[in-house]
Design a protein around this ligand. Structure first.
Ligand SMILES: Cc1cc2nc3c(=O)[nH]c(=O)nc-3n(C[C@H](O)[C@H](O)[C@H](O)COP(=O)(O)OP(=O)(O)OC[C@H]3O[C@@H](n4cnc5c(N)ncnc54)[C@H](O)[C@@H]3O)c2cc1C
Length: 401
């Protein structure tokens, strides 16, 4: 029996394999991964504990074996034949499939300037090992890109005594995914920690001295890191003539344009009820889409409707964002001793929440906020701003009603 093949053994592909078993699927499950390791988590790569890069495994080999998941590592899928229902691997094997999951993730976006090849990336465990081996106290690093990965890396490198510069093309760092209130607070913290920002500047070249900026200045650095975002890994799908755009296009059930082929995780751009496709790049999204795809493959159809959520750790601060805050939303701020929550209301309805606080201090209330968002509450903004309002009690009363 040809069973289900999953291409990509990151968070999403691996979770999909286990989710298939959890749904009771007993056919063969083959997980193909290009990297030479057991499946591992990426978030710890930019949050090394005690200064050392961790390889946090998603599962051990015997756990894969016990679940009857055939894991082929260090091998890529090089060709997908949609009509023949086969996947060709780089080692020459041809895998037939009944159903296929594309969980090919994303790869770092590359700089286009002279000397771009000198810049290090941070996507894989090998990247993290190379990067952290090249820095230490008294060294200098220029990080190109003031997004989440760049800013997390800046905080880790400052903790290691590295002189850090961040170069960002936009006028402010963290402008894409982080609500402005918290982006500004994190920016201020980085400045206080001694990070040197070069905002609103492009990169002309990278050379022996460091990074030459478009304004003619040079940012001197011994190590240059490119953290300018990722591109969805869609080559396999594109070559097989599946519908693609900013990702492998899927319907709301995570089905691609080809029958019995699903896509999930960082590589998937999912159709939205209001039109268009959205691609998320977060750990939880990779897991929840994997679970939805698995359930849809074994025939209990459900639309993907999870509330987006991500976190980021910088210095001793923890950021969490649930939902998709938009500038036009009404903002309600709730202050705690150890942080702040900001709620976002759309026409009176709670649609998103974000929090920034020391460590994990706000995790419980963010979780409750997520549940309130899912419940579609229309809270009184003044009451919401009052830290004495117990969110658990509010949720209970909404559910009772
Ligand atoms: C340094 C770092 C820190 C992060 N921190 C956070 C965080 O704090 N919070 C958060 O929410 N998210 C974070 N993320 C994002 C999160 O890790 C990703 O969203 C998640 O890993 C996506 O999982 P995925 O399985 O879809 O893709 P990936 O993790 O990219 O896995 C895809 C896998 O498929 C393999 N592959 C690709 N093509 C083929 C092929 N043709 N054949 C075989 N294999 C193939 C790739 O080699 C890769 O191993 C972080 C990411 C990075 C890089």
């Amino acid at each position: 029996m040809s069973g289900i093949v999953i291409v990509g053994a990151g968070e999403c592909g691996t979770r999909a394999a286990f989710a298939l078993r959890e749904t009771g699927y007993s056919g063969s499950v083959t997980l193909v991964g290009a990297e030479p390791h057991l499946p591992y988590e990426r978030p710890p790569l930019s949050k090394p504990m005690n200064g050392t890069v961790q390889m946090k495994l998603i599962c051990a080999e015997d756990v894969l074996r016990a679940a009857g998941i055939d894991y082929i590592k260090g091998v890529s899928a090089s060709k997908l034949d949609v009509d023949a229902r086969t996947v060709l691997l780089t080692d020459g094997r041809l895998l037939p499939f009944e159903k296929l999951v594309l969980a090919t993730g994303a790869r770092p976006r590359k700089l286009g300037c002279p000397g771009a090849e000198r810049a290090l990336d941070l996507r894989t465990h090998a990247d993290a090992q190379a990067l952290f081996a090249s820095v230490g106290p008294g060294r200098s690093a220029a990080i190109i890109g003031g997004g989440l990965i760049g800013m997390e890396l800046a905080s880790v490198l400052r903790g290691k005594g590295v002189a850090v510069s961040v170069i960002e093309a936009a006028p402010k760092p963290l402008g894409r995914a982080v609500p402005p209130r918290f982006a500004a607070k994190l920016h201020a913290r980085h400045i206080a920690e001694g990070v040197d920002f070069h905002l609103d500047r492009g990169v002309s070249a990278i050379n022996d001295d460091g990074v030459l900026l478009t304004d003619g200045n040079i940012v001197r650095a011994q190590v240059v890191v490119s953290a300018i975002g990722v591109m969805p890994e869609i080559t396999l799908a594109q070559d097989a003539a599946l519908a693609t755009g900013n990702g492998i296009l899927t319907d709301t059930h995570l089905r691609t344009s080809a029958a019995d082929i699903f896509a999930a995780g960082d590589c998937a751009a999912v159709s939205q009820p209001g039109g268009g496709h959205i691609r998320f790049e977060s750990w939880r999204n990779a897991r929840t889409q994997a679970e939805t795809a698995a359930r849809n493959m074994i025939g209990s159809p459900e639309a993907f409707a999870a509330i987006p959520w991500f976190w980021s750790d910088q210095y001793d601060l923890g950021l969490q964002v649930a939902g998709l805050p938009q500038p036009e939303h009404q903002s309600v701020v709730r202050r705690y001793d150890d942080g702040e929550l900001e709620f976002y209301l759309d026409g009176g309805r709670l649609v998103a929440a974000a929090g920034l606080g020391f460590g994990n201090a706000l995790a419980k209330d963010i979780k409750l906020s997520e549940m309130l968002i899912a419940a579609g509450v229309r809270p009184d903004p003044a009451a919401l701003a009052d830290a004495n309002l117990n969110l658990k009690a509010l949720l209970k009363s909404v559910r009772a009603a």
